[in-house]
Design a binder for this molecule. Sequence first.
Ligand code: CMP
Length: 139
Amino acid sequence: MSGTRTFTMIKPDAVKNQHIGPILERITSSGFKIVAMKLTQLSERDASLFYAVHKERPFFSELVDFMTSGPIVAAILEKENAVDDFRMLIGATNPAEAAEGTIRKLFAKSIGENAIHGSDSDENAEIESAFHFSGREQF
Ligand code: CMP
């Protein structure tokens, strides 16, 4: 059982394709309460810091390029068991492997352009929420 908050980003592909509304509808109708939300644009520095854990991966520069290619929606969500339930709702990282009815199955094209992010632990939910909503001085 995870805690009561998670962090999400609707990624540039989903924003560009006008999927903000349908994705938020799925999130709220699945019992998540939106407690903070903003439309924003990541700089190269922001994306590099946010994804620093992946910096040695071969896809890192592709990931930073994609995440800075257009606006995103960042949000903090509240629900019992938020991290685990949200990861179920969004589906596998690779949309080809995502279960039917999940957000990535419905809206994502590829493992790189996969429509939505969800924190993978309570600790990261807190770190990622702070990154977007409490300033970046500590990063
Ligand atoms: P997410 O889990 O939100 O955060 C890390 C991201 O890295 C992940 O979504 C994918 O979009 C991206 N990613 C993971 N594996 C690959 C890959 N093999 N090629 C390109 N991007 C990837």
